[in-house]
Write a protein that binds this ligand. Structure first.
Ligand SMILES: C[S@@+](CC[C@H](N)C(=O)[O-])C[C@H]1O[C@@H](n2cnc3c(N)ncnc32)[C@H](O)[C@@H]1O
Length: 327
């Protein structure tokens, strides 16, 4: 499967090179061929515009572990961002940092009004609000403690004029004023950001399906979704996601880390791996981790879990953020 993925990316790069070459000749025949090529690959080939690993953001956590600072030197012009995450609220993870990297280094894809599904303590909404061409971002969050912390962080980072945090279950606000606000955004939203949790009792992809299915009615045509999907889910699940949530085209990888351990000393990640292994036992699609002993070797969730239990070593994967576009 990864070979197929690599082939598709390589094919995408070749087509872009070919496109640049034929763009120099602008006869009608060449324009027609160019259009045919683009139509043939649209929706099938990821755009080769991933961000180099040298740009990946890291935050500095304070001694108490309840505050993270992204220095202005790392945010590509968006200034320093400080996120307070008191005990019981969401602290930034590697998936948060890769989502932040995508926002900071693909500001060209963000403008107008955005939603941040599962805003946690607000980091993605705050970063996006610092982009000049972004006028407003609504952070949607289910946990009351996160909603409160996100509101504090919005003020701390001086984006009060642009960011509103709504207490919601997915796209369903708990207050009448929230319902009214979201209702008014139908077909007006230009981007959605989402770093959703893994869902329980299914393939772990339930919230990703929810983000796209529920978000389509808010997005205008051409609206973009920055969605966290780490590499162990595999390319086939992304293909299936677009099928299960109609109205979107997959546009490729926005930002990703190199192969890193799926750190099983974190209880939440160990729980995810157990859920993945249960999905494999039910006959679901396999997950694609890499073996830390031989990085080219793919291992599924079941063998990753067995390896961890017998050796204490975590399988490898890449944290990634992908781009989808509303049709
Ligand atoms: C992985 S965290 C990401 C937080 C933040 N966006 C970041 O990147 O650091 C996922 C967030 O989604 C929230 N969440 C989970 N289910 C939700 C739901 N049904 N509606 C809204 N938010 C939800 C969680 O409480 C959590 O804050």
């Amino acid at each position: 499967m990864l070979e197929l993925w690599g082939t598709r990316v390589a094919f995408g790069k070749c087509v872009c090179r070919l496109e640049r070459f034929i763009a120099k000749d602008n006869t009608l025949a060449v324009r027609r061929i160019r259009k045919e090529i683009l139509n043939a690959i649209r929706g099938l080939v990821p755009f080769p515009h991933s961000i180099g690993k040298r740009f990946i953001l890291k935050g500095a956590r304070d001694a108490t572990g309840t505050s993270t600072v992204l220095p202005g030197s790392d945010t590509n012009g968006l200034g320093s961002i400080r996120i307070e995450h008191p005990k019981g609220t969401f602290a930034l993870t590697p998936a948060s940092f890769i989502s932040l990297t995508a926002i900071c280094y693909r500001q060209d894809l963000l403008s107008g009004v955005g939603l941040d599904w599962g805003t946690g303590t607000g980091c993605l909404a705050i970063a996006a609000a610092r982009v000049d061409s972004v006028s407003r971002v609504y952070g949607l969050e289910v946990e009351r403690a996160n909603v409160n912390a996100a509101r504090v962080n919005v003020t701390l980072n001086a984006v009060d004029k642009k960011v509103r945090i709504l207490h919601c279950d997915s796209y369903r606000p708990f207050t009448a004023s929230g319902v009214k606000r979201l209702e008014a955004l139908k077909h007006k939203v230009t981007f959605i950001l989402a770093n959703p949790p893994s869902s329980e009792g299914d393939d772990g992809f339930g919230y990703r399906r929810e983000v796209l299915r529920g978000g389509r009615k808010y997005l205008e045509r051409g609206g973009r979704v920055f969605l966290s999907i780490s590499s162990q889910y595999g390319a086939a699940r992304i293909t299936r996601l677009v099928r299960d949530a109609p109205g979107f085209v997959y546009r490729g990888l926005l930002a990703g880390t190199d192969l890193v351990p799926f750190d099983l000393s974190r209880s939440d990640l160990l729980h995810c791996l157990e859920l993945y292994a249960a999905e494999e036992r039910r006959g679901g699609m396999e997950y694609t981790f890499h073996n830390p002993e031989a990085k080219d070797l793919i291992m599924n969730a079941t063998s990753g879990l067995d390896m961890y239990r017998s050796t204490g070593r975590s399988p490898l994967m890449r944290w990634q953020t992908h781009l989808f576009e509303a049709r």
